[in-house]
Design a protein around this ligand. Structure first.
Ligand code: SUG
Length: 425
């Protein structure tokens, strides 16, 4: 069985808008009330997927959820016509695009029963995200229906906020080898909410049947949350044996690094010093919200294996301290040898970078429902569907317009029909 990393990107939904719903997410708050461009946003996402396919990486997708979420509003005793502005915006959010928050994935080599486990995130801290999980669960049950190889779990109870893979890292000698899984949690108390509860992380580790001896629970630093790192993946990212992190990402850095080195002696930590790149610049540029990927066979290699690339948002090049640091890093002889830039500005303006838009799953692509996998031809057809059906722009007042709701619903139907996934409608 060929285990590879497959990135499943959330397609940006036709209701993409800037309602400023996420306290602690500085970009989303700063852009509240701006005009959004859903068509351009979704096409930017498709181009990112195309870029990764061209690097030789396996690529999958998740679909936009039902919006407005009329069932959720009904459960709240209202409906889209009568709901308050805030509830209506929450029911219309396209936030399911950020697939890194869909679930926490523990690949087969790490689990006691040798299956790949996925626990859907409850996303309980933010109202607009708390109603994503049923739509996510339905898709994961379909995409990973092969019960001999996958186990999909419903979210942990909502008292303990869980934001999925955005607060989880896996380090290993190679994707197919047993890994060390690292759960990063926050502690409440600062001005911004800590969205990952340690009890949720512990529950996910149990549900995913991890070996406790190879599982670490690490506290996110308060400075990072206060500076706007509402998820760990805004200040750290891991791939195979490499951890790429900001100096101020973790509360007890020395303990964490020592435990990691003990469990995985080959671990390599590429740390960005605060003296060269401040937390503010790291968060503004989303330096760490890059996809850190291993370049396929035939590419450059280092003493420890195949070289890695960082797939960064263009904002990284526009932040001088960040770009200077990156250029110096790739010129050295570390594991990361290539920098690729992608334009995901529409998502970035809501606080979602390249890594937020994808959920990584290590699996054999032949065991995944092929309707959730893409090649260039399928991306062409998806792009055409987006161009035909997605609204060009959404201004804040449009969210109250019944014609917009109908358009959003029709666009989603068209995409599901194209992908032969009407069963999810
Ligand atoms: O949960 N933004 C998302 C961004 C998620 C980024 N994901 C990761 N870091 N993995 C969030 O804060 C803004 C939506 C709005 O305000 O309408 C939003 O939900």
């Amino acid at each position: 069985m060929a285990l590879v990393e497959i990135n499943f990107d959330g397609i940006v939904g036709p209701s993409h808008n800037y309602a400023g719903l996420s306290l602690g997410n500085l970009a989303a708050t700063a852009n509240a009330g701006s005009i959004a461009f859903p068509r351009a946003a979704a096409l930017q996402g498709v181009e990112k997927m195309r870029h990764n396919l061209r690097l030789g990486l396996a690529q999958g997708l998740f679909l936009p959820h039902r919006r407005p979420n009329r069932l959720w509003l009904e459960a709240l005793g209202t409906n889209v016509e009568e709901a308050s502005e805030t509830l209506r915006a929450a029911a219309l959010s396209a936030s399911a695009m950020w697939a890194a928050n869909a679930a926490t994935v523990s690949p087969a080599p790490d689990t006691r029963d040798g299956r790949c486990h996925l626990t859907v995130a409850n996303l309980d801290t933010m109202a607009h995200r708390s109603h994503e999980w049923p739509g996510t669960l339905a898709q994961l049950n379909l995409a990973f229906a092969d019960a001999a190889r996958f186990a999909v779990h419903a979210p942990v109870p909502a008292t303990f906020g869980d934001e999925g893979a955005a607060n989880h890292m896996r380090l290993c000698a190679g994707h197919g080898a047993a890994g060390v899984e690292v759960f990063v949690y926050g502690v409440r108390g600062g001005a911004f909410p800590a969205r990952q509860h340690v009890e949720a992380s512990r529950a996910v580790a149990r549900l995913n049947r991890l070996d406790p001896a190879r599982t670490l629970f690490v506290r996110q630093s308060e400075e990072a949350i206060a500076a706007g790192a509402f998820h760990n993946d805004v200040v750290a990212v891991a791939n195979e044996h490499v951890l790429f992190a900001h100096e101020q990402a973790f509360a007890d850095k020395a303990d964490f690094y020592a435990a990691l080195k003990r469990l995985l002696p080959a671990a390599e930590i590429v740390e960005v010093p605060a003296g060269l790149v401040s937390l503010a610049d790291a968060i503004r540029s989303y330096l760490f919200n890059a996809q850190l990927v291993t370049l396929p066979e035939g590419g450059p290699s280092t003493s420890l294996g195949r070289a890695m690339a960082l797939i960064l948002p263009e904002e990284a090049r526009e932040t001088p301290a960040v770009w200077q640091w990156l250029e110096a890093m790739v010129a050295g002889n570390g594991p990361i040898r290539r920098l690729d830039l992608v334009d995901v500005r529409q998502s970035m303006a809501n606080g979602g970078g390249p890594a937020c838009l994808r959920l990584r799953i290590v699996a054999d692509p032949a065991t995944v429902d092929p309707r959730f996998l893409v090649d260039e031809g399928k991306l062409d057809r998806i792009a055409a569907c987006i161009a035909d059906h997605w609204p060009e722009e959404i201004a804040p007042d449009d969210l109250a317009d019944p014609a917009l709701w109908a358009r959003i619903e029709a666009a989603r139907r068209a995409l599901h029909t194209l992908l032969d996934l009407e069963t999810l409608l």
